[in-house]
Design a protein. Structure first.
Lengths: 177, 100
């Protein structure tokens, strides 16, 4: 079954790349691996009949947000995590406590997978219902976006404006000193 | 045909990886990247549920999540730059005082 094979391939790439993101010491490698993960996720979106979301994922996330992260990493020029000695002495940074945290994260995965396995609706095929042509077309997405969700869309523009002004104010150097 | 549950399991694993990153890492930029992983896991859930329901609402919520993620990344990175300028460090444990 090619569908299942592709799903396994891309979800595997997404999970492995995301796990490596938090395993890297150099943020530059983390960002590159996260772009890989986003590419695999956009392939999953295409499998879910959402090509517009897949393209937005590539253009907005991999193209804009990750480049912003990359710029900041290069601007700060502090690639390595500094292991100060007071940092080792912090009670939450002891190896045992860190291992307990990793164990709890693993338990969270096991619990979520177990709960999802028990759900009865989860075993039905994801693309069983609905008209594929209507769901995957940009036309229908735009129609719903600019009728039912038009207020939220306009509020989003205010949010972006506020974020832009806030970022400029926060990152600007104090001119008085 | 791939069941809905498989997409939800992938999303749950990605979300758990993001949570672990926020708790385990001590680099502000890596923590922000982990938050992006979590937001993407939620996006995958929205699109999968929307596809299972047979409507486009899941995709539209995904656009709003992307917008919020962009705003969050811009403001968060501006704060990181401001903090780094004061302390020359990206370790969240270095920022313990409210005023300097």
């Amino acid at each position: 079954m090619p569908e299942t094979l592709l799903f396994s391939l891309f979800s595997g790439i997404a999970i492995v790349a995301s796990a490596l993101v938090i395993g890297q010491r150099n943020p530059m490698y983390s960002i590159m691996l996260l772009i890989t993960s986003f590419g695999a996720l956009s392939a999953l979106y295409i499998q879910l009949d959402a090509p517009f979301v897949a393209m937005a994922q590539i253009i907005v996330y991999a193209g804009a947000i990750m480049v912003l992260f990359l710029f900041v990493v290069m601007l700060l020029n502090a690639p390595q995590e500094d292991g100060a000695e007071w940092d080792r002495a912090h009670p939450l940074r002891r190896p045992g406590v860190s291992r307990l945290g990793a164990l709890l994260a693993g338990l969270l995965i096991v619990q979520l997978v177990w709960a999802l396995m028990r759900a009865t609706d989860a075993s039905t095929a994801v693309n069983a219902s609905g008209d594929v042509a209507a769901i995957s077309s940009v036309r229908s997405v735009g129609r719903v976006l600019f009728t039912n969700y038009v207020f939220a869309f306009e509020a989003t523009s205010i949010l972006i404006l506020v974020a832009m002004v806030g970022a400029v104010v926060l990152a600007a150097r104090e001119s008085g000193r | 045909m791939i069941p809905l549950g498989h997409y939800l399991i992938v999303s749950a694993i990605l979300f758990a990886i993001g949570t672990a990153g926020v708790f385990l890492r001590k680099n502000l930029i890596t923590i922000l990247l982990s938050i992006e992983i979590m937001l993407n896991a939620v996006n995958l859930t929205f699109v999968a549920f929307g596809r299972a329901q047979g409507n486009v609402d899941g995709q539209i919520i995904t656009f709003f999540v992307m917008t919020v993620a962009a705003a969050e990344a811009a403001v968060g990175l501006a704060i990181v730059i401001g903090l780094f300028r004061h302390r020359e460090s990206l370790n969240p444990d270095a920022f313990t005082s409210l005023k300097w």
